[in-house]
Ligand binder design. Structure first.
Ligand code: ZN
Length: 182
């Protein structure tokens, strides 16, 4: 089971050559900080967090979790989640990832939170978390998930993958000490 925390830099921070012309990159003070710029062409490498989305899919007071079949946090349970594709909204990403990992079609009920996270070793990530409900389907683990199950909000498996998920679920426990999660 993996639960390590890392500040691993993204690919842009490790890159040594221009992606447009393959000449070396050099650090230059540009737009307020040192940035990698191509020694030959005009390319400047801007480094941004990746974008991801997660879904808190509820059924009464139960929360849908997947057991992660891939790193990071392989073997831990976590929310259905994944990186946002270029061309889709965060909400669309949450819906697609939930369908891919659980076989369930969901409807977004509301925005829960947005977090800047540092515990994904692949990249620093902005995660948008939605509250959602099932509209169709039967839970079947697939894609990055090796298991899919509902857990009571008060008895979630530990350690849960990703700090952002732990924060959101702790907040829901405080906001809804009893009854359905709304
Ligand atoms: Zn270049």
């Amino acid at each position: 089971m993996e639960a390590k925390v890392s500040m691993n830099p993204g690919v842009e921070e490790r890159a040594a050559f221009c992606p447009l012309c393959a000449a070396p990159l050099e650090l230059r003070p540009l737009f307020g900080m040192p940035r990698k710029a191509c020694v030959r062409c005009d390319y400047v490498m801007f480094v941004s967090p990746s974008a991801a989305a997660a879904a808190v899919v509820t059924r009464g007071r139960d929360v849908l979790l997947i057991r992660r079949g891939i790193p990071p946090f392989r073997g831990c349970f976590g929310l259905p989640a994944g990186f946002q594709e270029y061309g889709e909204s965060p909400a669309e990403a949450a819906i697609r990832e939930t369908r891919e990992e659980t076989g369930l079609d969901i409807r977004i009920r509301r925005l829960l939170d947005a977090h800047y996270t540092l515990d994904d070793p692949r990249k620093r990530v902005n995660v948008v978390v939605y509250l959602a409900e099932i509209v169709a389907g039967v839970p079947v683990a697939a894609d990055d998930a090796s298991e899919v199950a509902f857990f009571p909000l008060d008895a979630l498996p530990e350690p849960l993958a990703f700090e952002s998920s732990r924060i959101v679920l702790a907040r829901l426990r405080n906001e809804f000490p009893t009854g359905d999660i709304l």
